[in-house]
Design a protein around this ligand. Sequence first.
Ligand code: NAD
Ligand code: WQD
Length: 341
Amino acid sequence: MANILVTGGLGYIGSHTVVELIQHNHTVIIIDNLSNSELKVLSGIQEITGVLPQFEQIDICDKKAVLQCFSSHAPIDAVIHFAAYKAVGESVQKPLEYYANNVYGLLVLLEAMRETNTSNLVFSSSCTVYGQPLELPVTEQAPLQKATSPYGNTKQMCEDIIQDYIASGVSFKASLLRYFNPIGAHPSACIGELPKGVPNNLVPFITQTAAGIRNELQVFGNDYNTPDGSAIRDYIYVVDLAKAHVAAMNRLLNTDSAHMCDICNLGTGTGVSVLEMITAFEQATGVRVPYRISPRRAGDIEQVWASTDYANTLLHWKAQTPLADVMRSAWKWEKKIRGIK
Ligand code: NAD
Ligand code: WQD
């Protein structure tokens, strides 16, 4: 069993991955600066797994503290790097903060890994690197398009940095995982997403509207070139996504080669429209979601979904959870955090 350092491990995807790692008997050390998470997530993880993971409240950009963490928990077998800022719109307003946290944070981590001879990295990338693909489903070979936001650019830059580092001939293995749209919460409702303020993402907005916190959902655009006119995405259950991280990490740990860089889409392979998502939520939960059609949201692409062949083959992994179950998990979590019976 391995000793795994998880940066951003108290965040949405990180916490679900920590649960999966613990359930596969790995030892987990979490680094998080709580900039977008809360300490109580640790108790949620403990409630599900019976294990309280080790936690260091550290900023990933603080090299001294990061190095200290590597040495006090040595040897670290692999790092899963989630810590980053992730709001696309905010990144347009605060580009320097996004480049500093997401790009400099990765550099610090890579330097610390080099200094401690730690050679396995799983990195959180995003389907945002593809922009609007010319062909669907989008494969890992599709050309990347110029990023439309500083956030998207940080993901492209980080992918380049990791690939350049490996190309320099060092003994280093990485898995760059391009997530599509992660949604839902752990079925126990002990952990889930904690969006601050008005959510940008569709599913938290749906659940908050269903809970009566928002009056109505705006459907951004019904004039796209799609069957029902609303935009199409590939929504992947966060627990399925978390399981893919365990598979990606195991592949790194079990591959003899000294250099390796996997690039892998993590999606379901199925595109679902905004209007279909509303219907899926209503049918799964029996709760109505009032909505109205609004203009398109600036910067949105029309449609994207993943080719999952490579992930299926490489990681022996497939997203399996039906959308209805995912919607029920999201609703259970929303009710829990709002104290709704
Ligand atoms: P999140 O904000 O819930 O989790 C990120 C965690 O990292 C938070 O707990 C935050 O406190 C921590 N963090 C941020 N900066 C830090 C720093 N400098 N030092 C230490 N900790 C820091 O986000 P998430 O949805 O779990 O996303 C995880 C990763 O996946 C991110 O890299 C994100 O860009 C990427 N990603 C997310 C999505 C999505 O839609 N959620 C999609 C594609 C890719
Ligand atoms: C999904 C669809 C909206 C809210 C973002 C990032 C991307 C990645 C995943 C990190 C779109 C529509 C939404 C609402 C709506 N994150 N919508 N009403 O924009 O596909 O991707 O998260 O890497 O980089 O851009 O996700 O959940 O915001 O939107 O109609 O109130 O739902 O227009 O078509 P998106 P989303």
